[in-house]
Write a protein that binds this ligand. Structure first.
Ligand code: FNR
Length: 386
């Protein structure tokens, strides 16, 4: 249907801008302070160009990729995004289900508005992203809950030692909790599809959304109570906690938000199964280098020993290939999938996955490659001096 109008992942952002109330769109699309990192994340792909091979019979090619012993249909998955259910009706469930059907991994956010047990019951292969405090009792309690629910992979996000300065949110009238105001009411009236299809439908069928999973905010409603009061105390989380988590969590453990090669080495020594090089989509420390530009040194340091993944700004098949050529094993994509879920629910998520997969498949032919493993440093050159 209208899905045929989405030609590339960025088209979802364009359309979501009209579909979502302004404060919500600003929350998803924005980053922190001057948005410098958000810009680097997309700009830095231009630092590399391709060196294609020809006449290689690429008729039998596949984007399938094996990660942690599991075969996925493509080398990308869905990054964790908090409060998704405010943008898309049952957002986390829609993303998880879409990922399951598209045979790609989906990481559900610890700051979600849907119980982790409900997400995994729909989509048993989902991964769980945890925000953990530096408090052993709370760490143990969350680990037990996530394990009992049946998750096999936990992603610990470590780039949030303090809440970021999201001025954009304040300017756009976004806050958690959402404070009812005349402005917000007007946004609701002027975005009726979202208001009826997501907001009112959620209220009627499931009540006021609450934070359901994170250690500090659990039970806090998204509207009219001070969620952020005790949200922030992660500033004492340290390597000892990571080692403790490693001892208690029997499943796969991935650390998300590593940008320095020495931290990558340290995470590897702590026994993690992999790491996601990420600057949180430019939403934490403004001016942080792009994950793509951090990759080469990190791969040098730990690439042979652990699974290096990456996220931030990936919108094209060519972006994915550049990261794999630099040594990443897997890529995660955030915002476009949330827009797709908000705009068109499950079919939207499937469409977004299909667009990226189709681009990859085509790009592989044009590069002269038939398998994902053939993507190596030989495919690219640096365009600009390093
Ligand atoms: C995020 N991100 C994020 N990361 C995380 O570990 N836990 C979370 O709860 C969230 N929440 C969140 C909400 C929203 C609206 C966005 C856009 C992002 C960061 C996310 O996982 C990922 O690192 C980036 O979004 C990747 O960049 P792109 O693909 O969005 O450019």
């Amino acid at each position: 249907r209208q899905l045929k109008h989405y030609l590339c992942l960025s088209d979802f952002e364009q359309k979501a801008k009209r579909h979502l109330p302004h404060p919500l769109f600003a929350y998803v699309s924005g980053a922190s302070e001057t948005n410098a990192s958000l810009r680097y994340n997309t700009e830095d792909f231009d630092a590399y160009a391709f060196k294609p091979r020809v006449l290689r019979d690429v008729s039998q090619r596949s984007t399938e990729t094996t990660l942690f012993g599991e075969t996925f249909s493509a080398p990308f998955g869905i990054a964790p995004m908090g409060i998704s259910a405010l943008m898309a009706y049952r957002g986390d469930i829609v993303l998880a289900e879409g990922a399951g059907r598209a045979r790609i991994p989906m990481i559900m956010s610890g700051s979600s508005l849907i119980r982790l047990e409900d997400v995994i019951s729909v989509s048993p292969q989902s991964w769980f992203q945890a925000y953990l405090p530096g408090e052993p009792d709370r760490i143990d309690a969350l680990i037990q809950r996530v394990q009992k629910a049946g998750f096999q992979t936990m992603v610990l996000t470590v780039d949030t030692a303090a809440l970021a300065n999201r001025e954009n949110n304040i300017r756009a009238g976004f806050s958690t909790p959402l404070r009812p105001s005349a402005g917000l009411l007007w946004e609701g009236i002027t975005h009726p599809r979202w208001t009826i299809g997501t907001f009112l439908r959620t209220l009627v069928l499931h009540g006021i959304p609450h934070f359901e999973n994170s250690y500090a905010t659990r039970g806090a409603p998204i509207i009219s109570s001070n969620v952020l009061r005790n949200f922030g105390r992660k500033d004492h989380l340290n390597w000892t906690h990571l080692e403790r988590i490693r001892q208690r969590w029997p499943g796969k453990l991935i650390v998300k938000g590593v940008m320095h090669p020495e931290d990558a080495a340290r995470a590897h020594s702590a026994g993690v199964d992999g790491l996601i090089v990420s600057n949180h989509g430019g939403r934490q420390l403004d001016g942080t280098m792009s994950p793509l530009s951090a990759l080469p040194e990190i791969v040098d340091q730990v690439g042979g020993k652990t699974t290096v993944m990456v996220d931030g700004g990936f919108r094209r098949g060519t972006d994915v290939i550049k990261a794999l050529a630099l040594g990443a094993r897997f890529v995660f994509v955030g915002r476009p999938f949330l827009y797709a879920a908000a705009l068109a629910g499950l079919p939207g998520v499937l469409k977004a996955a299909d667009i990226l997969k189709t681009e990859l498949h085509r790009n592989m032919a044009l590069l002269g490659l038939t398998t994902i493993d053939e993507i190596t440093g030989a495919c690219i050159v640096r365009r600009r001096p390093a």
